[in-house]
Design a protein around this ligand. Structure first.
Ligand SMILES: NC(=O)c1ccc[n+]([C@@H]2O[C@H](COP(=O)([O-])OP(=O)(O)OC[C@H]3O[C@@H](n4cnc5c(N)ncnc54)[C@H](O)[C@@H]3O)[C@@H](O)[C@H]2O)c1
Ligand SMILES: [Zn+2]
Ligand SMILES: [Zn+2]
Length: 382
């Protein structure tokens, strides 16, 4: 089969590799119809992770079930399914508690709970930027989608970024009527803003500096805040009578930077502590890592990000963090899409064949104007 393979920093290529196949009785094999490039893929692409050469990337996958193992009973060949980016066993302590992003059984790496397709430190699983994908524990993990091709570009957001954006608002403790500040207008931040609007926010601020992304935020009813024009905290305080917003979402991650492009891993956390009111919540879905050899300062090389904890404590704020347990949200979000109440495809900028993926990585990595979200359709002729 054809697959997008990681060769080294800024070097991915489409290669012919052995077909993915059923390896365990509980596996399913999926023929990928749509697989997306994610901001998380860029951490690997830029050489900021320990991902191994030869790994097939891609954790945002959907498609048609090609074949199932002998232990699979709920899922059948021909089903149209969304594949959560988390691989979870369904029966460990964390899975039973609804924390499938921290399954204790699926990742053989010492000290790490949770696994994902095609991702650094997330277990030995290949990704779905390929024609075929092996899905372990298929009965537990796969989400059925209505047959046909309707809503393909919306449903493809169910594997990761729509649930992740929603999770950001959940971790922040958001309630109907709240004012919300979302930092980062990448795909995750935009879908956090969309989620907050659906959940009844009275006003949503979205902070970024990319004009095309800020325009998309505005298109779903959010108030854009350009951090390169003026201090984003001042802009949010001015707009909230000096009180600050009720809650905030961090959708940037450890490569947060100032308007000049200089990285400051604590910058967005500091801004959220300032922009969120006393007793408000902060949901951090942007990724931070325990080891980042290329970090800007010594502490951050070992995951020590020195944000303003003193003010955070004094303001009585709370924070939730981590990878999104997709299974907790994807059924409900699928039904919001089907009912016409959610339309996460608003951010799709490109639909390409698998062969065009290396070029798409280059553009998306530079956040080139107009490259917001790339969908790859491995089955379609380019
Ligand atoms: N927790 C999860 O389960 C999960 C899932 C998917 C993605 N992620 C993470 O979410 C983050 C965002 O991913 P994405 O796909 O939206 O891609 P992205 O990297 O394109 O988006 C990040 C955005 O943040 C903006 N930004 C940078 N510095 C900023 C600052 N100081 N203030 C405000 N905005 C700033 C950038 O301009 C960019 O538009 C990444 O860290 C990604 O790894 C987490
Ligand atoms: Zn993703
Ligand atoms: Zn488990």
């Amino acid at each position: 089969m054809k697959a997008l393979v990681y060769n080294g920093p800024h070097d991915v290529s489409v290669e012919n590799v052995p077909d993915a196949r059923i390896e365990q009785p509980g596996d399913a094999l999926i023929r990928i119809t749509t697989t997306n490039i994610c901001g998380s893929d860029l951490h690997m692409y830029e050489g900021r992770t320990a991902v191994e050469q030869g790994k097939i990337l891609g954790h945002e996958n959907m498609g048609i079930v090609e074949e199932v193992g002998p232990g699979v009973t709920r899922i059948k060949a021909g089903d149209r399914v969304s594949v959560p980016f988390n691989i979870a066993c369904g029966s460990c302590r964390n899975c039973m508690g609804g924390w499938t992003a921290f399954c204790t059984r699926v990742n053989p790496t010492e000290g790490v709970d949770g696994a994902a397709y095609g991702y650094a430190n997330m277990g030995p699983y290949d990704g779905g930027q390929a024609e075929l994908l092996r899905v372990p524990y298929a009965d537990f993990n796969l989400l059925h989608l209505p047959a046909g091709e309707e809503h393909e570009n919306d449903f493809t957001m169910l594997s990761d970024i729509f649930p992740t954006g929603w999770h950001g608002t959940e971790l922040a403790g958001m309630r109907a009527g709240d004012t919300v500040a979302v930092f980062g207008a990448g795909p995750v931040g935009l879908l956090a803003a969309h989620s907050a609007m659906i959940r009844g926010a009275s006003q949503v601020f979205v902070v970024d500096k990319a004009p095309d992304r800020l325009a998309l935020a505005e298109s779903v009813g959010a108030t854009p805040v350009d951090f390169s024009a003026a201090d984003p905290v001042e802009q949010i305080l001015d707009a909230t009578h000096g009180r600050g917003v009720d809650c905030g979402v961090e959708a940037v991650g450890y490569q947060a930077h100032d308007p000049s492009g200089q990285e400051h891993p604590e910058l967005v956390l500091d801004n959220l502590v300032k922009a969120v009111r006393t007793t408000g919540g902060i949901g951090v879905v942007g990724v931070y890592v325990p080891e980042d050899p290329q970090a800007a300062d010594e502490g951050a090389k070992h995951g020590r990000v020195g944000f303003d904890y003193g003010t955070f404590f004094t303001k009585g704020q709370h924070m939730g963090t981590g990878q999104c347990p997709v299974l907790r949200y994807n059924r409900g979000l699928r039904d919001l899409i089907t009912a016409g109440r959610a339309k996460p495809s608003f951010l799709v900028s490109h639909e390409l064949g698998l062969d065009e993926a290396p070029d798409a990585y280059r553009h998306f990595d530079k956040r080139d104007d107009g490259w917001t979200k790339v969908l790859l359709h491995p089955g379609r002729a380019a």
